[in-house]
Design a protein around this ligand. Structure first.
Ligand code: ZN
Length: 134
């Protein structure tokens, strides 16, 4: 069984949100800056919400509501366990089936992230090199 649907999406959003750690994306901030309707934070009554549109985007991931609100305790737990597992603090045999499914999703995202980081670095280098010839 593969982790799929909303739970997978939440986990992927949690992963990207964790990496990007965007400033000001906290529901306290949303409230303070009166952005809760625009960002569609989960506590805004449905009657006040405007039409659904992408609110937060990173790479191939987008959410139509406040990402902070979307990320749940389960996603965070999986993120932490994943970090512990990668650090060698969690034995493969101790993992639950659900954790293994979650880790596959996270591993997949991590590979894409690493690939992207390499590409960006390569782009920067070639741009810097090109600059030398101007
Ligand atoms: Zn919010």
């Amino acid at each position: 069984m593969q982790l799929n649907g909303p739970r997978k999406k939440k986990l992927i959003v949690a992963f990207h949100f964790h990496i990007a750690a965007p400033r000001g994306w906290d529901c306290d901030e949303c409230r303070k800056q009166h952005l809760e309707v625009k960002r569609r934070c989960g506590w805004v009554p449905e009657s006040q919400l405007t039409e659904s549109k992408p609110v937060w985007i990173r790479r191939q991931v987008e959410t139509d509501c406040c990402p902070k609100w979307l990320i749940n305790a389960q996603s965070l737990e999986w993120l932490e366990a994943f970090a512990a597992w990668r650090g060698g603090y969690l034995e493969q045999g101790a993992l639950t089936a659900k954790q293994i499914e979650a880790f596959q999703v996270l591993q997949n995202e991590l590979v894409k992230e690493t690939h992207y980081a390499k590409q960006t670095t390569a782009d920067n280098i070639s741009r810097a090199e090109a600059g030398r010839f101007r």
